[in-house]
Design a binder for this molecule. Structure first.
Ligand SMILES: Cc1cc2nc3c(=O)[nH]c(=O)nc-3n(C[C@H](O)[C@H](O)[C@H](O)COP(=O)(O)O)c2cc1C
Length: 360
């Protein structure tokens, strides 16, 4: 069985190990433009030895951003600005990935450190969109405009245009953000989609925005490069998405040409109490989805130490582990994991500039 430090090949791309830096919003862009912060944040983690380094949720339209500080990919100038980042990440041995997103009814919010609530028009808030005219709730109380079919078609097209720009920027791994209560997840979940047309009702109808968006992206994103989708495989709320639903959705996406599912959870409704927080608690869901769909998976959430990450890969619960907060605490997590797992040459994970002098 392969372990954490074995290479992983998907399509024509090979990761040097199974450790991925999960997408993490930095709320540090202006007009969607990535800048030196993003270069250093992502670059440091490529230098740190991860196999895959993903850019945060990046808006396919200005209105699709979570906050005014989120990155975007709605113009060629954005693609140019990302080019430097993708190049640096690749030069340091990691595969550069980007997650493209539309925040739906959770868009137009303050940066978390400014309060995390919907912006008022006076604060620069913008019109938000959703499957139905129903607010997320909590500190995001603004009711979205229920999308027309023209809005839906335009948003799928914006995903495809962003995919083309991601390719032009040099990214080699593309993730569709279909999780965390953002637009796509809010279409799929019966808790947020009460449409009566072909985009609401049955599972296939609720999945339609996702399958159509995938189809539009698949025409632009080359077959040789991995195309993944992050799913919230459980809403952890009565009447919401269950793992069984997510498995059906994953099968539809597989039929549409998706290469991998990135297993995540939740955040489509506020104040959820049933999340079974524990180290690696999503790994069994990932294992089941992987087994029952035949799709490779990546999985995150509370993967905290090397042995646990290695076991998830060795036990075939996932092909890749997605680390977020641990990577913020320690960009050199892969080196420390290599030491902990007793690898012969842990310093091989370090860049040549460091390896000779930093080895223990
Ligand atoms: C600061 C921060 C920003 C995040 N932004 C994103 C994001 O842009 N897209 C996404 O899918 N998940 C995002 N997440 C969720 C992480 O990718 C990850 O799934 C989650 O933090 C669980 O992993 P962890 O326990 O290793 O932190 C974010 C998490 C953090 C801590």
């Amino acid at each position: 069985m392969p372990g954490l430090f074995d290479e992983y090949r998907l399509k024509d791309v090979t990761l040097r190990n199974r450790i991925a830096v999960s997408p993490m919003c930095q709320y540090s862009a202006i007009d969607g433009m990535p800048n030196d912060w993003h270069l250093v944040h992502l670059g440091a983690r490529a230098v740190g030895g991860a196999g895959l380094v993903s850019v945060e949720a990046t808006g396919v339209t200005p209105a699709g951003r979570i906050s005014p500080g989120c990155t975007g990919l709605w113009s060629d100038a954005h693609a140019d600005a990302f080019g430097r980042i993708a190049r640096f990440v690749k030069e340091h041995g990691a595969v550069p990935a980007i997650q493209i997103a539309h925040a739906g009814r959770k868009a137009s919010a303050q940066r978390p450190w400014d309060g995390d609530a919907h912006l008022t028009p006076a604060q620069g808030g913008w019109e938000i969109l959703g499957p139905s005219a129903e607010a997320f709730g909590g500190n995001l109380p603004i009711v979205p405009k229920a999308m027309t079919k023209a809005d839906i078609a335009a948003t799928s097209a914006a995903f495809a245009a962003a995919a083309g720009r991601a390719l032009a920027a040099g990214f080699e791994w593309l993730e569709l953000h279909f999780a965390h209560g953002y637009l796509a997840h809010s279409f799929f979940s019966p808790l947020s989609n009460h449409r009566t047309d072909e985009y609401g009702g049955s599972l296939v109808n609720r999945a339609r925005f996702l399958t159509e968006t995938l189809a539009a992206v698949r025409k632009v994103w080359p077959e040789r490069l991995p195309l993944t989708a992050r799913l919230s495989v459980e809403d952890y709320a009565p009447g919401g998405v269950t793992l069984d639903d997510a498995i059906e959705l994953a099968k539809l996406l597989k039929a549409g040409g998706l290469d991998m599912i990135d297993v995540s959870m939740g955040f489509n409704v506020p104040d959820v109490s049933g999340i079974p927080w524990a180290p690696g608690f999503l790994a069994p869901a990932s294992a089941r989805l992987r087994r029952e769909t035949g799709l490779p998976t990546s999985v995150g959430w509370l993967i905290l130490d090397a042995e646990q990450a290695d076991a998830i890969v060795r036990e075939e619960q996932a092909d890749v582990v997605m680390l977020a907060r641990e990577m913020l605490r320690d960009p050199h997590w892969p080196y420390h994991a290599a030491v902990k797992l007793g690898r012969d040459t842990p310093h091989a994970v370090l860049p040549v500039q460091y390896a000779r002098v930093a080895r223990r």
